[in-house]
Design a protein around this ligand. Structure first.
Ligand SMILES: [Zn+2]
Length: 494
């Protein structure tokens, strides 16, 4: 059913795919290139003098956020770069070692998942690169994990010849004096910042460890938050954030580059925003023996319904206006999980079957438990999230696509496609949804001059689709070939 080209970076030998089913044939890239290399004759002396491309995709319709759809193009790739993008009618027959006939197909930039935690479920960590790539995710932003677990993985993913998405990582969640993810009832992915000095020391430590950005969390106090922000700015590190509960969204949002899950925006869209803020400040400053996860959960459970019941259009417009330049990563799939059954989809079981064998039954059990619980769960936050994303988008606030994989039953790779569907449901066009998973994440990590579009000189992370994603965003699932770092790493054999 599928073909995965995997290379063991250490030996260059064929690596065994982690998926335990189907007609998966692992070929080394070298073999695959040799087999198809004879299809591309060198056309003329000029081209022969020029460098021969590694890969050509011909007669394909390009779809990217800058130009929408462009029919009948040839795209040439050398090493990990796009070296030519030309209309097929004017292009000389491409000189390439491998040619893919793109007739009737659609080429999009490689997709990003802007919100993942690759070390959160250690049983899945090894399988993540293949899972992401098989679903067309060629870049991920890891938004929280402890460095001792994360750094060796990052090193593996970034090794020469590794078949893995590009990874950008933040290290731990920078929390306050009390830490939500402290390793007691939940995995330890947070770290304490009780004072401005400790905040500055943590940013220095993370910068020295080579993080690509930092992530601030919900129990951080305002003066510590400001110290984190200014230290990150000095270190030239982008900032992802959950709005600290001791601040408002309109106050914290403009200071950061991305906000996750629309978290705590609803608390600022209330006519009682000041009262709610004063109340939760009291709670956080006097935590007693309450663990961070309980403290935060209690505040959400208490204040969310109050905020939604006292929703105020004008307050919310002011909040939205303040967020104009902050990428919102709403994780709609997660926020609306009480509204949908992810496993009702016809391809859910196929997606589960791509997990490592020992994870499959756990995920199935988890799905069944969730199915039973779902009817009793409140849907208001999900409905509010869908509506808010529509409003944010209409107001020109940038939207990014992320899932929280593997948290909340988000299957690595697969769940990003569900997120794209939810974004369209919220009011984004299909092209805007693609932008959320290509241009916006590249912009966040300041790589938008080389990533996220199909342009000469850009990096060659691309996904060839059977069907047009602009007609129906679910067509991003109709993957024919995935190209990562210039190499064809996954192909459907259907
Ligand atoms: Zn997360």
């Amino acid at each position: 059913m599928h073909r995965l080209n995997t290379i063991d970076p250490n030996t260059s030998n064929v690596a065994v795919p982690l998926w335990g089913r189907g007609l998966i044939i692992a070929l080394s890239l070298a073999v695959s290139l040799t087999l198809s290399g004879c299809q591309a004759p060198i056309a003329d002396a000029a081209l022969a003098r020029a460098q021969t491309a590694d890969l050509a995709i011909t007669n394909v319709t390009l779809v990217d956020a800058a130009d929408g759809a462009r029919s009948n193009y040839n795209v040439l790739i050398l090493d990990d770069k796009i070296i030519s993008v030309e209309p097929s009618s004017t292009a000389t027959a491409p000189a390439a070692r491998q040619t893919i006939d793109g007739s009737g197909k659609y080429l999009i930039p490689g997709l990003w998942d802007m919100h993942v935690h690759i070390t959160y479920e250690p049983e899945l960590t090894n399988a993540m690169p293949e899972l992401f790539l098989s679903w067309g995710i060629t870049s991920v932003r890891d938004t929280g994990g402890l460095l001792p677990a994360l750094l060796p993985e990052v090193q593996k993913w970034r090794a020469a010849n590794a078949v893995a998405p590009r990874i950008f990582f933040s290290g731990p969640l920078l929390d306050g004096g009390t830490v939500v993810y402290n390793g007691d009832a939940v995995p330890e992915i947070g770290t304490a910042n009780p004072t401005p000095d400790s905040a500055r020391a943590n940013i220095a430590r993370l910068q020295a460890a080579g993080v690509d950005f930092v992530k601030t969390y919900e129990l951080v106090e305002p003066d510590v938050f400001k110290a984190l922000v200014s230290a990150a700015r000095e270190a030239n590190l982008p900032i992802a954030s959950h709005v600290p509960l001791m601040m408002t969204a309109r106050e914290a949002g403009p200071l950061v580059d991305s906000m996750e899950h629309l978290r705590n925006i609803e608390l600022d869209c209330s006519a009682d925003t000041a009262t709610l803020l004063a109340d939760r400040r009291q709670k956080i400053l006097n935590p007693g023996a309450t663990p961070g996860i309980t403290l935060r959960g209690g505040i959400h459970a208490d204040q969310r319904p109050q905020a939604l019941a006292s929703f105020d259009v004008e307050e919310c417009s002011a909040v939205i206006a303040a967020l104009r330049n902050t990428i919102q990563v709403p994780t709609l799939r997660l926020n609306t999980s009480a509204l949908y059954q992810p496993f009702d989809r016809s391809d859910w079981r196929d997606a589960i079957a791509r997990l490592p064998l020992d994870s499959q039954s756990r995920w199935l059990t988890q799905s069944e438990t969730w199915a039973k619980r779902r009817p009793s769960l409140p849907t208001a936050n999900g409905e509010f999230s869908l509506e808010l994303v529509g409003k944010l988008h209409a107001a020109g606030v940038p939207i990014g696509a992320g899932t929280d994989t593997p948290i909340g039953s988000a299957l690595p790779g697969y769940s990003l496609h569900t997120e794209l569907e939810r974004l369209v449901e919220a009011g984004l066009s299909e092209l805007d949804a693609l932008q959320a998973a290509t241009v916006q994440p590249a912009r966040f990590v300041r790589k938008d001059s080389t990533m996220g579009l199909i342009v000469e000189g850009y990096i060659a992370d691309l996904v060839l689709l059977e069907r047009n994603p602009l007609e129906d965003i679910r067509n991003t699932r109709s993957i024919n070939t995935v190209i990562s770092k210039g190499r064809s790493v996954w192909q459907s054999s259907e």
